[in-house]
Design a protein around this ligand. Structure first.
Ligand code: A3P
Length: 295
């Protein structure tokens, strides 16, 4: 599999994703009001897409609405990936019909973001997850995708590659550190979130997100329980049981149910050997030492 990945600006990408990154770098013009969710693969992107969509559209689509778009659309359809969806299908797609604030998503590392993203006032919400759970989630996801075509990968192989940095948008640690440093330098522009943090204090995270994006909850909304309602509609239990997510397919062909597995913190304990855990701990220690970031 390593041979089908290409290294570009220090990070590994499948060929098709790289094509999308290059078109996006060439053509994407960020607007000051844009919001871009950046994440490492398998860090809970689907979840945060749903949350961001519900949050930003809560006036246009009240959560209690029977035909809320999240009830009949997978979050990846509502919040498109820049380089995997928009700029992969077309060299320079027309984005003019998207209503403001435009909400996009990407896995691009900081060094690869289109220049206009840095030059504009647009905001970045960054999401990552502890590397052990990320590895297990990624391993099971790619195995499910590969199953029919190529057979599955062993966890040993997957772990070896992940630790060596040769995974989708890896090295994982460089991706995370790039945005961690950016968020310290420019906290108005980059909000750094971890999957575990949202799991632990969902309400606090959602309020922080709303403030960061300039749309804090009003007292009336707090009293009416809008924060809880958003978390409920976006919860794993709710989203994973919707018909669209159980049986639907993305326009690109993947089954929507691939994006919902367990949705737990610490599931990697059930898979990783003590040696694998030790190796990941050691890499974390070496790479993140002195950065102030921990998993
Ligand atoms: P697991 O494989 O550990 O279950 P991504 O969306 O970035 O591809 O990440 C997928 C991971 O997020 C999967 O983790 C998936 O189960 C989990 N996930 C999906 N929806 C979720 C939700 N609403 N709440 C919590 N976790 C969710």
């Amino acid at each position: 599999v390593a041979s089908t990945f290409y290294k570009y600006q220090g990070f590994w990408h499948p060929c098709r994703h790289l094509q999308g990154i290059l078109s996006c770098q060439k053509h994407f013009q960020a607007q000051d009001t844009d919001i871009i969710l950046v994440s490492t693969p398998k860090s809970g992107t689907t979840w945060l897409k749903a949350i961001l969509f519900a949050l930003l559209n809560r006036t246009r689509f009240p959560i209690s609405q029977k035909n809320h778009p999240l009830l009949s659309n997978n979050p990846h359809v509502l919040v498109p990936f820049l380089e995997i969806k928009l700029y992969l299908e077309q060299e320079n797609p027309d984005l003019s019909s998207i209503v403001s604030p435009r909400l996009f998503s990407t896995h691009m590392p900081d060094v690869s973001l289109p220049k206009s993203v840095h030059d504009s006032q647009c905001k970045l919400v960054y999401l990552c997850r502890n590397p052990k759970d990320t590895l297990i989630s990624l391993w099971s996801f790619t195995n499910k995708l590969r199953l029919q075509e190529m057979g599955t990968n062993s966890l040993e192989e997957a772990s070896e590659r992940f630790c060596g940095g040769v995974s989708m948008y890896g090295p994982f640690w460089d991706h995370v550190l790039g945005y961690w440093e950016e968020s310290l330098k420019n906290p108005e522009k980059v909000l750094f979130l971890k999957y575990e943090e949202i799991k632990e204090q969902p309400k606090l995270c959602l309020e922080k997100l709303a403030c960061f994006l300039g749309c804090p909850f009003s007292l009336k909304e707090e009293i009416e329980g809008v924060v809880d309602d958003i978390l409920e509609i976006c919860s794993f239990d709710h989203l994973s049981k919707l018909q669209v997510n159980m049986e639907g397919k993305l326009p690109s062909g993947e089954n929507c149910n691939l994006f919902f597995r367990k949705g737990e913190v610490g599931d990697s304990k059930n898979y990783l050997s003590p040696e694998m855990e030790e190796r990941l701990d050691k890499i974390c220690k070496e790479k993140l030492d002195g950065s102030g970031l921990q998993f």
